[in-house]
Design a protein around this ligand. Structure first.
Ligand code: ATP
Ligand code: MG
Length: 474
């Protein structure tokens, strides 16, 4: 077991002052599972004022009397009294013993304490055994515990997803039976647990478990509209199943939160737009309807505005049409403008997830690589005289010329030189060069301009070749 030195020091210091000190909750569970804990929580019989006396630099930051000592949270033993609203204890009561503190925790695997000697494990609910069996089990009566704080139902699913555990049958039937209690919980708390489930590798089985335990119908009922709603000849799975499979691909690939959410939501508008039956069913505008539904769902769950905007956009543009040779550069430019250049990578990831989620084995590697190439190409400025440090106006003023083909020829000659040696793109140098070109005969000027044009074209072709090589396309 690897407990960091600063945590050990804190435990010892509390003990030295005559108080009890234990590591509790997630960190004990993670240590037992030989995983590195995310954060370290300490429980003690000292009350907040006494903890603060031991650590003068600390600060007390919440209603539960948690004292923060350089990132380690120290909380007095608690026992909880009544919950009348299924989410907040009416009153938090300090306790003098660790057993009472463990009794108010949610699941057996989260209700273990490790003594300051780093050896004594207090495990009254056999959490260690449940870890071995990979089981989430409520501490005490599941129904009572879920009635006290109904978020625990969501936490059971989230922790099961993150750890890859199963929920023990009595605990899961209590969830299924009382799932509507989740509506009494604040949207922010639901959102946070949902996000953690989505960010786990088991995101897809997690959403499936939410459905089976009847929590999904209270959180994102829109997803269930697609349950057993068939698609058309391009799809193996029904709408709901397809969403789950797409999310699964995104999660397994380690894609970010926005891509995972968009993978789950991209076809959420299909049931409402379905027309016709069987092989010939259509879903016109489902991406528009879906984008609006996505926004409503995420707003309802109190996601931050920037997350909502991003996911909404990914859903809105997930359907972009692309076939090598069929799509023009201008339509790729339009896609870039609409979806936003900064979202393109994620949009492509959603498309891969969509593709794999429809039961086709491949994520269209060539086609999408070719699209990436075109995106890169149209995103780059073409080689042009606009890159020069002098312009046509400068030339006309210097040589007292009127607008005409000669100006273009001079610019081409200058560009040809600069492409060969970029250091020549310097205003003073170019001005001297303009004077040298000015003494050429018309024939000499034409010849030089023609050579320059060839040079420019060659560089453009070479650059395009490099971009193509980058994406492995021909
Ligand atoms: P994570 O690794 O995701 O942080 P965690 O188990 O540490 O998992 P936290 O939300 O940080 O989860 O909670 C810390 C501990 O507090 C839990 O292990 C559990 O003992 C207890 N706990 C948290 N939320 C509840 C709750 N709603 N009801 C009862 N106990 C809870
Ligand atoms: Mg934690």
């Amino acid at each position: 077991m690897d407990i960091p030195d600063n945590v050990k020091k804190i435990l010892k210091k509390i003990k030295k002052e005559g108080w009890q000190a234990y590591l509790v909750g997630g960190c004990v569970r993670d240590l037992e599972m030989e995983k590195t804990p995310k954060d370290w929580d300490v429980a003690t019989d000292a009350v907040p004022e006494e903890i603060q006396k031991i650590f003068p630099e600390s600060f007390c930051n919440n209603e539960f009397g948690t004292v923060n000592v350089s990132g380690v949270e120290i909380t007095p033993f608690r026992t909880e009294e009544k919950y009348t609203d299924k989410r907040h204890p009416d009153k938090v009561k300090w306790s003098k013993n660790i057993e009472e503190d463990l009794a108010r925790r949610d699941f057996t695997i989260n209700a273990m304490a490790l003594g300051a000697d780093e050896k004594t494990i207090i495990d009254p609910y056999k959490g260690k055994e449940d870890i071995k069996r990979k089981i989430i089990r409520a501490v005490g009566s599941p129904e009572d515990r879920f009635e006290e704080d109904s978020l625990r139902m969501m936490r059971a699913v989230r922790i099961a997803s993150v750890l890859g555990f199963k929920i023990e049958p009595k605990t899961s039937s209590a969830i299924k039976k009382n799932s509507s209690w989740i509506t009494s919980v604040s949207k922010e708390r639901i959102r946070d647990e949902l996000s953690k489930a989505i960010m786990s590798e088991n995101a897809a089985p997690g959403i499936e478990l939410l459905r089976e335990l009847r929590l999904l119908e209270h959180i994102i009922p829109e997803l269930l509209e697609g349950y057993k709603v068939g698609q058309n000849k391009h799809h193996l799975y029904d709408c709901y199943e397809h969403s789950i499979k797409s999310l699964d691909y995104s999660a397994k690939k380690g894609f970010n939160f926005h891509v995972r959410m968009a993978s789950l939501m991209h076809d959420i508008g299909k049931p409402r737009t379905k027309q016709g039956k069987g092989e010939k069913a259509t879903f016109y505008n489902h991406e528009l309807v879906g984008a609006r539904m996505t926004r409503e769902i995420m707003q309802r769950l109190k996601f931050p505005k920037k997350d909502i905007e991003k996911v909404e956009r990914l859903v809105r543009y997930h359907l972009f049409y692309y076939n090598v040779g069929e799509v023009s550069e201008s339509s790729v430019r339009r896609l870039l403008r609409n979806a936003g250049p900064e979202n393109i990578e994620e949009l492509l990831q959603v498309r891969y997830a969509d593709r794999v989620g429809s039961g086709c084995p491949k994520a269209e590697p060539y086609k999408l690589r070719h699209l990436k190439y075109l995106i890169d190409k149209v995103s780059k400025d073409p080689i042009s005289v606009k890159m020069l440090k002098v312009n046509g106006q400068d030339i006309m003023e210097m040589l007292s010329l009127k607008p005409g083909p000669a100006i273009g020829k001079i610019l081409d000659i200058l560009l040809g030189e600069v492409l060969k040696d970029p250091s020549k793109n310097d205003k003073d140098y170019l001005k001297k060069e303009i004077e040298r070109i000015n003494v050429l005969t018309e024939k000499e000027l034409d010849k030089k301009a023609e050579d320059a044009r060839k040079e420019i074209d060659q560089v453009q072709v070479k650059e395009d070749k490099m971009t193509k090589d980058k994406y492995w396309v021909t």
